[in-house]
Design a protein around this ligand. Structure first.
Ligand code: A3P
Length: 314
């Protein structure tokens, strides 16, 4: 970026509301919270990305099961995902982050006008941008959006484990769960507020179900085959045989992915985070091992209040 643009960006960032989060600062831009290094790339992607009609865009708030979908969507879309030959599975050599690039973390992180002309269609991208911030072309073109969300209580617990592991690797003390909880309840966390993020996509998915597939982590855990079949139909890649669905579900399972060499020892080159941190317990209701009754009541009340009348609950 030219130095005048960097100066303008720094001036803009300094004007934005700021809050501490896991030993760093978050900035609020257009109602959502960002780390400064994600902010410039989010702004660039939001203004400059041109979607194509056959793109698939995975969207989510953080720690809601995105990595699972980062594995499943490419496996559904890539013809080798359905072959019997497991040795050609791209997941063997690539962490799911590498199979579906992030607009703000990868594609727009270096250059606000990246050359995407060499990408083969259908292109797959992901983003943590909230619905109102999505590039206009994603909203108006024929591309499909897949949104994944999760019970906010489990999302919060997953975020605590992930972020404390990430900052521990940099020698930073863990952020006490009680403080992180207050912050989450106020909506202050990267890409949050969680509830606003979910509501934006939920409301749009009700208006345009052919455009946005709204998925929940809990449904995926309960009936992975059924959910993967539905997703494949939504993406225009229905399965012909039951064995194909079983293959996709197995290839993308937590048990398999977390034990692959790449995912145990690799490091994300864009974020500097060990890939192993993306795979933890993967259960529904882990919050019960961490929450007091007061925490449960408080977050349930916020969720009920925020989602009231929307038809959405957890
Ligand atoms: P837990 O921390 O509760 O274990 P994200 O991918 O959005 O960062 O979400 C991370 C959560 O998804 C973590 O939850 C992680 O263990 C879980 N996860 C990652 N890969 C998964 C998979 N293949 N199947 C099920 N859950 C998965």
């Amino acid at each position: 970026m030219e130095s005048s643009s960097v100066d303008k960006l720094s001036a803009l960032i300094n004007e934005l509301p700021k809050q501490p989060w896991y030993g760093a600062d978050l900035y609020n831009w257009k109602g959502f919270w960002y780390r400064p290094h994600h902010l410039s790339s989010t702004m660039a992607a939001s203004s400059n990305f041109q979607a194509k009609d056959d793109d698939v865009i995975l969207t989510s708030s953080m720690k809601t099961g995105t990595t699972w979908m980062k594995a499943i969507i490419p496996t559904i879309m890539n013809p080798v995902g359905r072959t019997d030959d497991d040795s050609v599975d791209p997941l063997l050599k690539h962490h799911p982050n590498e199979l579906i690039p992030s607009l703000e973390i990868q594609v727009y992180s270096v250059n606000p006008h990246p050359d995407l002309s060499n990408m083969v269609s259908p292109r797959l991208f992901r983003t943590h941008m909230a619905y109102p911030l999505l590039p206009e072309s994603i909203k108006t073109s024929g591309c499909k959006i897949v949104y994944i969300t999760r019970d906010p209580k489990d999302t919060f617990v997953s975020t605590c484990h992930f972020m404390n592991s990430v900052i521990a690797a940099r020698g930073v003390e863990p952020w006490p769960m009680s403080e992180a909880f207050e912050s989450f309840c106020k909506g202050v966390h990267t890409f949050g507020p969680f509830h606003d993020h979910v509501l934006g996509y939920w409301k749009e998915s009700l208006k345009r179900p052919e455009k946005i597939c709204f998925m929940r982590y809990e449904d995926m855990k309960k009936d992975p085959k059924g959910e993967v079949k539905k997703l494949a139909c939504f993406l225009g890649r229905p399965f012909e045989k039951d064995q194909e669905v079983e293959k996709v579900v197995w290839r993308c399972s937590l048990e398999r992915l977390k034990n692959l060499e790449m995912n145990q020892h690799g490091v994300d080159p864009w974020l500097g985070i060990d890939y192993k941190h993306y795979f933890r317990r993967g259960i529904v209701g882990d919050w019960k091992n961490h929450f007091t009754d007061e925490m449960k009541e408080k977050l349930n009340q916020i969720t009920a209040m925020k989602f009231e009348g929307s038809g959405l609950d957890f």
